[in-house]
Design a protein around this ligand. Sequence first.
Ligand code: ATP
Length: 352
Amino acid sequence: MKRVVVGLSGGVDSSTAAAILHNQSYEVIGLTLWLMKGKGQCCSEGMVDAAYICEQLGIPHHVVDIREVFQTNIVDYLVTGYSTGVTPLPCSQCNKTVKFGPMVRYARETLDSEKIATGHYARIRYNENSGRHELLRAADRNKDQSYFLYDLSQDLLAASIFPLGELQKSDTRRIASEYGLKTADKPESQDLCLVESNGSMRAFLDKYLAPKKGEIVDANGKVLGQHDGVHHYTIGQRKGLGVSAPEPLYVIALDAINNKVIVGDRTKATQPECNVERVNWVSMAEPSAPIKAEVQIRYRSQPVPVTIIPLENSRVRVVFDEPQFSITPGQAAVWYDGEKVLGGGIIERFDG
Ligand SMILES: Nc1ncnc2c1ncn2[C@@H]1O[C@H](COP(=O)(O)OP(=O)(O)OP(=O)(O)O)[C@@H](O)[C@H]1O
């Protein structure tokens, strides 16, 4: 019997993924990574539901304490990023360094399994011609999580199964009820796990970063207001600036060194291109010449046409066909060919 280790967070998606594989005659082992203390999934509370599901399915359940890895790779990464004026994206980093990497290692080294599975909405397809494991959008476009998975290596994709990739979310809930899973009606997580467990990103950051009063200025340096720390702001932000002006003002830059938030009108928050670093090529090898693609610069943003120009040292330049508003350093840019993830990376600061 084929053995598979299923990552169980205690939610309906991973429970259903485990139940589907169990019913397909896989030998399923549940694995919950203990990421942090507190309420919600990925926390102690989720582990109890994960244990319950394993009991229901009659499968073993392993819990691995990787709170330190989560602290270093996610909490410290976020706090350092925000304190230096970027808005880091924790989820792709978490998938690579906290979830898939450690899960595959634990599956191979401790559980003698070459395969893991998760409840992610995305698809993996092996392309015999290119010899690459391609990452595709989920059948349910509304739930598609491929944006967060662009940083997985070929080795991690080869080891992974996404049993929900072809399903609609409504199918998942129906299947969960058919199997009588305790988690069938569990509410969706609405936000980042750290936001859910802390109430808001501000509340999370306030635990680590002290307020630091400074000035809100325009591009010419004219003082328009005060702020209580650059870490409370994001490029493109309009609300909550506390500055009145005849036309709407947006955050156009964050100068952490001089502790200034720089604001301007919408045109100043619109850019024709950006550089992207720490690039991972997924469904294709790194090209030697520019390629046309469609890029997403945020999880829910519309893909827009671009030219991707390869640069040295795992970097690319992304040139938009039409200038884009609110390009945010620290977030991921992920480029697609239709439903296929070609590659992705982290948007660099504009000042280099
Ligand atoms: N702490 C964890 N331990 C093991 N696997 C996890 C953990 N957290 C998430 N995963 C895996 O990653 C998948 C996607 O996680 P995500 O945080 O996006 O949750 P989700 O979409 O709300 O899914 P679920 O309903 O299963 O919680 C989960 O379905 C699960 O397989």
